[in-house]
Design a protein around this ligand. Structure first.
Ligand code: PCA
Length: 323
């Protein structure tokens, strides 16, 4: 925090003094460099540099290389990194609001995910502000499906199956099917499957593709259960230390990145599934029974979410549903 303020203050001083003070920010990210989220972080960084006339440059550190996924938010809150990207729903233990976009079947296509985002954004921005973070933008993952080694026809087929979770909701869902969840960051997924630590997971076609999951799992059930989002945020002290022009330059780059990201996710959703199939996986829709079982679990989890998220949660869901 202190570091951020000092940096920003000295940058502001140098600027007033008429010297171009270039500030370089570190941006820790949890996903591989070739993933579209990370590619968009790179183009966001280019736009920031361009829009600020080189006053602010950003170095993207992909794949948990600077901080692991579960360390990124704290690193930015404390000013160890100026800016970062994190999967919102991974933070659901801190506040239920972070878990909203991973409630199964609440919003399971791009249009609904967009409306859910719009309904929840003001509360998300405020929550982050209370945590010394300035929210910039959020981009979805493609719809989530079930990866397994054995055919799964109903939720009870998951009984006793080891399962990779990436947030509290995936762990809860696993638990409700009788599967055995372990929390594992995307960067460690390939290894976790290769060593037999886990044998199933729920994720997008994107992460199955990035981790070459066809080497370790045979089936992808295209359940389309929800579309979780990554978000990008800046340390609030660093943000406050910027000039108005710098802030608008960054907001403009963020808006551009967000639009590009939503389009990219939608454009790639089918492509990823085609790649899974081309690499030998059986990619299919869930059976009626599996679908019904997971829908029932989704209803339970929606109730649980509403019970934990109180009045704010109820208002967001009402706004989303147009009540
Ligand atoms: N990929 C990320 C989060 C959601 C997704 O589709 C992961 O599996 O970690």
């Amino acid at each position: 925090m202190r570091f951020g303020t000092t940096m920003a203050a000295s940058a502001a001083f140098l600027l007033t003094a008429g010297t171009a003070a270039a500030e370089n920010w570190d941006l820790p990210a949890a996903y591989p460099a070739s993933n579209y989220h990370t590619e968009i972080l790179e183009s966001f960084a280019d736009s920031v540099e361009e829009n600020t006339g080189g006053e602010i440059t950003i170095t993207v550190h992909a794949n948990g290389s600077l901080y692991k996924g579960d360390e990124i938010k704290r690193a930015v809150q404390t000013g160890q990194a100026q800016i970062g990207e994190r999967l919102i729903s991974a933070l659901a233990n801190e506040d239920p609001l972070f878990g909203l976009d991973a409630v199964p079947f609440l919003a399971s296509d791009f249009d609904s995910a967009r409306r859910l985002y719009e309904a929840s954004k003001p509360a998300l921005v405020d929550l982050l502000a209370e945590q010394n973070l300035h929210f910039l933008y959020a981009i979805p993952w493609p719809p989530q499906g079930l990866y397994t080694q054995q055919p799964i026809n109903s939720a009870s087929d998951m009984e006793g199956v080891t399962f990779r979770a990436y947030n509290p909701a995936t762990a809860r869902l696993a638990e409700l099917t009788g599967a055995v969840p372990t929390q594992i960051e995307a960067a460690e997924v390939t290894q976790a499957f290769a060593t037999g630590t886990v044998e199933s997971m729920i994720s997008s076609g994107a992460t199955g593709y990035d981790t070459k999951l066809w080497e370790h799992a045979e089936y992808f059930y295209d359940v389309q259960a929800w579309l979780p989002k990554n978000m990008v945020f800046v340390n609030a002290d660093v943000w406050e230390g910027l000039t108005d022009d710098q802030r608008s330059a960054i907001e403009a780059a963020a808006a551009e990145a967000e639009t590009a990201g939503w389009a990219k996710a939608e454009e790639l959703a089918q492509w990823y599934k085609d790649e899974l199939a081309a690499n030998g996986m059986t990619v299919e829709a869930p059976s009626e029974e599996l679908k019904a079982d997971l829908t029932a679990i989704g209803e339970t989890m929606t109730e649980e979410w509403l019970a934990s998220a109180g009045e704010t949660g109820r208002e967001i869901i009402d706004a989303y549903r147009g009540n």
